[in-house]
Design a protein around this ligand. Sequence first.
Ligand code: SAH
Length: 399
Amino acid sequence: MQNNGKKAVKKAVKPIRVGKGNGCPHYKKCGGCHLQNMTYPEQLKYKQIKCIKLLGKFCRVKEIIGMENPTHYRCKVQAAFGRDKTGIISGVYQSSTHKIVPIDECMIEDKQADEIIVTIRKLLKSFKLKPFDENNMTGFLRHVLIRKGYYTGQIMVVLVTGTSVFPSSRSFINALLQRHPEITTIVQNVNNKFTSLVLGEKNITLYGDGYIEDTIFECVFRISPKSFYQVNPVMTTKLYGKAIEYMALTGNETVIDAYCGTGTIGILASKNAGKVIGVELNADAVKDAKFNAKRNDINNIEFYTADASDFMVEMAAAGEKADVVIMDPPRAGSDERFMKSVITLSPERVVYVSCNPETLARDLKYFTRNGYGVRKIQPVDMFPHTEHVEVVCCLSRKK
Ligand code: SAH
């Protein structure tokens, strides 16, 4: 698609039409997929134009990478359990409420995961187990979380319960496994707090290892009930592939992987780098990252639990240097302390992975005013039917 032309932008950005959605019967109540009223090509165009409007002033925006089959892509599926006039129901909370919209099949969720949730609901009835009631904090099953390793086929079922007592747990697990032999591990997670968080602190492994593994390119990653892991594995390989391409590593570079989560990008990059330093605020994610590095026999990577800005300020003050910085901040983007320190470290290249083009535009303005030029901008459609768009951006130091 041609960009930077103001006329083209005006013509293509149409207000969202109110329609029935792409055949999804839950569209109006659920509120999860804001772009359902557009065809998939229209959605891609909408996201492309949004990126051009926000980022086109920095550099040509490449054509968004869309999904070949933009349905059932989510490999992390969550369902809340409750009750209505018809009996036990499972589904998603209507936006900003705790009212459950009953859903058996969602067009963006993994099909196997949805089938397992329906089976669990039926089993509850036959085992006389009650769904949890948030109002008086009684009952048993609050949520079911399913995570699937797309490339390994491994499936983890997490039963989030209001009590740690699980009556007839063995027979329940056997009945579930009989109906779904594809399940590789089952975990009970106890959440007895009055909270909107899905998962509680305590995990009890009822079957299998208590975690699953999945692969990205040639690396293996462990996914535990609480681990952060990208939810759309097909597009994750496209996104990470671009990020690694833009890093243009030759084997000797010192790379900083900032906001590194469980270390996925840094671990993939480490094969072609001299040394990788990962920094991440969440201590659990860092624990997973260290484990993942070992699991893949990688010795040239170190992970630190710290605020990315504090960490970079310290590195800059210590006179350290980096050749490449890859940054993947949350929706709020980065901050001036972080970017100022990046400039002091003066890497040849900065690769910015963003889940919010608005904050990316703000941060690119800072970088371009301080010695860096934007060379490539690649939007990737990680979340079809929703309004979110991911962008990988390559900057390099001006000569
Ligand atoms: N690159 C990873 C994770 C990206 S999500 C991946 O692709 O899987 C963004 C990450 O930034 C989260 O893991 C979040 O915990 C982390 N984060 C948020 N604020 C941070 C901060 N101030 N300093 C460091 N990490 C932070």
